[in-house]
Each structure stands twice: as C-alpha cells, then as structure tokens.
Design a protein around this ligand. Sequence first.
Ligand code: ZN
Length: 337
Amino acid sequence: MGKKTNGVGRLFGGIDVGGTKILAMVADENGNVLSTAKKKTKGEQGFKAVCERAAVTMLEAAEVEGLTLGDLTAIGVGVPTPVLPDGVAAYAPNLPGWKNAPLIKNMEAFTARPCYGVNDGNAGVYGEYVFGAGKGAKTLLGLFVGTGIGGGVCYHGELIVGENHMAAEMGHIIVQEGGRKCGCGHLGCLEAYASKTGMARKIAWEIIQEGRESILAEMVPNGNYATIKSSALQEAYRKEDPVAVEALRELAHYLGVGVASYITLLGPDMVVIGGGVFESLGKELMPFVKESARRRTWPEASYKDTKIILAQLGDHAVGLGAAAHAKHRFAAETKTS
Ligand SMILES: [Zn+2]
C-alpha cells in the first residue's frame, strides 16, 4: 500500500478506454479528479494488450498522487461496447478482438483491485448524473456527440440497459428510413446524421462534389473532413461560413429529431448534451436542437417538462462516471455505504 491521502475519504479509479486513447483518473467520492494519465489505445495489439495498457495507465495516474493501485477502493472501466453482467465486453466494432471478451477478469488480474465495466456512453450520463449537469434529475438522458453518438438513460439513479444489457444505444434509432448508411450497417441511424462522422460526410459532399466554397477546405487540406477538429468547426461557424453553418445546423436538427423520440418514449425531466462539438458550439447549436425537438413533441404532454441543457464534465465525463459506477456497484456488493 502506498501513501494515504488524508481527509478525502475513499478513492476510486476511472478509466475511459476509447478507440484511440485511454484516459485514467483517480477521483475522490465528491467527483474531484486528483490526477490523470493518458496513453494511446493501440487497439491493433489486441484485447489483452489493451486491458494491460489500461491497467498501466491507471497505475500511472495513481503514481502522480504518490499512490498505488492498492489505494483505490475499486476501479470503473468505461468501454465502447455493452458490458454483460458477468463483466464480458459484448462487441466493440472499433477494437479488434473485443467480441465476448472477458474484460473484468483481465482488468482484475492486471490491477488486483475490484473492477466494474460500463459502456462509455452510459458512464458519461452517469457521471453527469452524479457530479455534473444532471444532478438532481430523476429521469436523465445523456447524448454525447463525437465520432459516433454515445449516451444513455439514468432512471432514478440506475442506468437502463435493458434485458439484453445493450439498450440505450442512443445513436442507432432511425431518424430517416432508408437514409444514410451508418457504421453499424443500418440505414438512417441518428449517428449517420448527427455525429461528427455524419457531418463530415455532408461537408465533404458540399465541398468536393458540389464544388462549394468554404474556409473548411483550407482548414482540412487533405480533404479528410472526418478528422476535422471541433475548434476548426467553431471558427468556421463563427465566421458564418455557409457550408459549416449548414452542416452544423443539420446536425443540430437531427439531434433534435432524436431527442423528440426519446422525450416521447421516456418523458425525462432532463436531457444533457455534450461531446466535442457541443463543448465548442453548444450555445450556438442548442436553440436549433430545442426547436427541432419542440416541433416533434406534444408541448402539453412532454416538451415543456423537459430541460435540455449542456453537459458539464467535458473529457472527464466517462472516467468520472466509471469511477462513480464502480463506487455504486462496490457498495451494492459489500453493503457498506
Ligand atoms: Zn447505426
């Protein structure tokens, strides 16, 4: 056991295992992040190697505070796949070898701590529920717009995962029957329109196929608009570049279409929206999301009772949510708090 920090109660680890990077953090019970560490995921090295890198990243984060893994009560692991109750990662399309993979068995072997797995989008909404913009909500929906769309539903303090443990894949409801092809193979998913990837396809089409002028063409000289940074989108939007404005408003419009369906189905009291694009342009885009959602819901029955607001935890949402989830599960198992 390493040095004990005084006065902060128990400490938990939270790991955000993404397609390109791993972010690990040590957090106290109030959601304060004491330290972080980051590594490339190197998914091509396979499932076990990624688990080991996640464990090493967690150790590095602990060492920043002069701690060892033994000082962490439990560790939450957020991953881009549904996690089954036995700690098995069901399927991560972006990580080779992550199909029915024994996530928690490996993480516990590499860290020698109790570990708990959670889908990354679910972790994000749980983080916002416990420590962020969603505090106090009863039925909270979270949507995080990035390369894909992550999210989840937290109902009276519990994540809804459905009987198949794969529910609340928020990006894969259909918003355009027979529409654009989604990474999941279906046509017309929300993610094909309202993610950065979907928007990049629209931008590429307008500039390359339609020959429209845009400052985005200079910002992304290789034409690979999928790699465009949120900061570049922000600049182009604020300069009223017509292609950027149109593409971002289309994203906001479709996000509102999705939100309307969630509101109609679940009647949440709060929806939080986050992710890179909304961290950069949230204030500008939220009115369009709300207007789109309002036009597709019954005002007297649902929309007026739903707060739609920006997420607060930024890059830390998944790690903090994973840590909070680990605390919650550990407490339920040990019945100590
Ligand atoms: Zn899909």
